[in-house]
Design a protein around this ligand. Structure first.
Ligand code: NAD
Length: 265
């Protein structure tokens, strides 16, 4: 087994992996030899293109399931699909998430509920569904893609910040409950990553300010991220592979920032 294929034989689900960070993590896991189940929304042909590209580029088996993770029964359907196709789920990356920016007094309650469902409750339902199998086999990895907003706040992001703080708390509880087993639970807390989720926020800022998208992109970084460079999806993928390696066997319940210095301030 080469050092690069440390996950040969493992099966991973990466939620929200048709785009952005999830796709980067799915690629890193596939590169390390894992069989991967992709999930998320998008154009069917584009998803199929990514699925076959990952499988052939990394000589592994990659499947796709389109569960809407705001529905708990579909979270279970995703886990059942992976188990049916591959026989097991060794790694669950809870990554799917969404954002809505508005001050609390203007925040639409229906956006609050859907963000809590996807960004927090789906992590609970997915973890609950995979844990019995992981515990029975004595090995597993839960990797939750939280955010710097799981540790600190920003204005206009009440639902997102509440959900991500919840994810960090849930990560710790699961780590304690599995502490004497081969299952670990950790959170990755990225700063700004240039994905569709953030590009949308940059466009909204440009519309509101009348400044160019390039100016708003620079301003977004300058406000929060001292490096003034975006974190990349493959940097997060590499961290996820590390968390799945034997070197990380005793990393439990941590919220690991990859944030260009955001939370060091
Ligand atoms: P993105 O919008 O590029 O990707 C989101 C993914 O989730 C897509 O695959 C989308 O199809 C999927 N998705 C959306 N709703 C879904 C649903 N109901 N059911 C299943 N899948 C659904 O976003 P991203 O920036 O890659 O964000 C991924 C995760 O990283 C999120 O949890 C986000 O909060 C977190 N995060 C992002 C940043 C950043 O700067 N981009 C920073 C910190 C944390």
């Amino acid at each position: 087994m080469s050092a690069q294929r440390i996950l040969d034989g493992r099966v991973a689900i990466v939620t929200g992996s048709t785009s952005g960070i999830g796709l980067g993590i799915a690629e890193s896991l596939a590169e390390a030899g894992a069989r991967v189940v992709l999930n998320g929304f998008g154009d069917a042909a584009a998803i199929e293109h990514e699925r076959t590209r990952l499988a052939s580029a990394h000589a592994t088996d990659v499947r796709y399931h389109g569960a809407d993770l705001t529905r708990s029964n579909e979270v279970h359907g995703l886990v059942e699909y992976a188990t049916r196709e591959f026989g097991t789920v060794d790694i669950l990356v809870n990554n799917a998430g969404m954002q809505h920016v508005a001050m609390v007094q203007d925040f639409p309650p229906e956006r609050w509920y859907v963000i809590l469902e996807l960004n927090l409750s789906a992590v609970f339902h997915g973890t609950r569904a995979v844990l019995p199998g992981m515990l029975a086999r004595g090995w597993g990895r839960i990797v939750n893609v939280a955010s710097v907003h799981g540790l600190v706040a920003s204005t206009g992001k009440s639902a997102y910040v509440a959900a991500k703080h919840g994810v960090v708390g849930l990560t710790k509880v699961v780590a304690l409950e599995t502490a004497r087993t081969g299952v670990t639970s950790n959170a990755i807390c990225p700063g700004w990553v240039l994905t569709p989720l953030v590009e949308q926020q940059i466009r909204e800022r440009a519309t509101a300010s009348g400044r160019s998208v390039d100016d708003e992109r620079r301003a977004l970084l300058a406000e929060k991220q001292p490096s003034e460079a975006f974190v990349t999806t493959r940097q997060l993928g590499a961290l996820c592979v590390f968390l799945c390696s034997p070197a990380a066997d005793e990393i439990r319940g941590q919220a690991i920032t990859v944030d260009g210095g955001w939370t060091a301030q």
